[in-house]
Design a protein around this ligand. Sequence first.
Ligand code: SF4
Length: 241
Amino acid sequence: MSINSYQTAQDLLEHHGNKSGEELLSAMIKEVFPDRICLVSSFGAEAAILLHMVSRIDPSLPVIFIDTQKLFPETLEYRDTLIKHFSLKDVRTYYPDYVDTSRSDPNSNLWKSNTNACCYIRKVQPLARALKSFDAWITGRKRYQAGTRTDMPLIEALDGRIKINPLATWTRRNIQETFKKHKIPEHPLLEHGYLSIGCMPCTSVPKDLNNPRSGRWSEEGKTECGIHLGEDGHFQPNNHK
Ligand code: SF4
């Protein structure tokens, strides 16, 4: 990528920092990064909000879905339901590299001993492959979801790419109202109490309802899978200004 991503993020924030949600999304997809941007979606508990917006702006936008091969079957069904519901034209499913899994996780239980290594081969690496042809990507992260996200900007730079967080300032209530208003289908696991849905072995019903991500890696101090960290595996505070 030839752009100075940090400077670009600052410039974009200056010109578009007063927008959020669908308005910001539309500007990024149509005006700033046409054909150079994708949405990365987990097809999890709140993912349908951005998919709904994308379907109204451009249903042909590439949507990247990482199938770690550890997901709930309900998530895969939900992906197919939403593709049909929103008439999405370009959902691309990426898997872990077979060489990586057979070498580092031959028994498919690496998550028991080393969640960071497991996330790396099952999420971080496939996403890096998927993003190669894009200058920018859209995420569904919100500030309210975790302590590590409270100062997350709408637009940031990471590892030479621009990351757009159109829902950064949204609350859980905004999300619930949008689901209701537009009659958006919900993830089938919501009715079983799951509020943030990732891989099956690392997701549980949250004990703290005010902290939806408390059900993720609940036995560990881990809060992020790694795809939102820098290449060195750590948060990069300068990217969050
Ligand atoms: S969330 Fe758990 S199972 Fe999924 S990739 Fe990470 S450690 Fe592995």
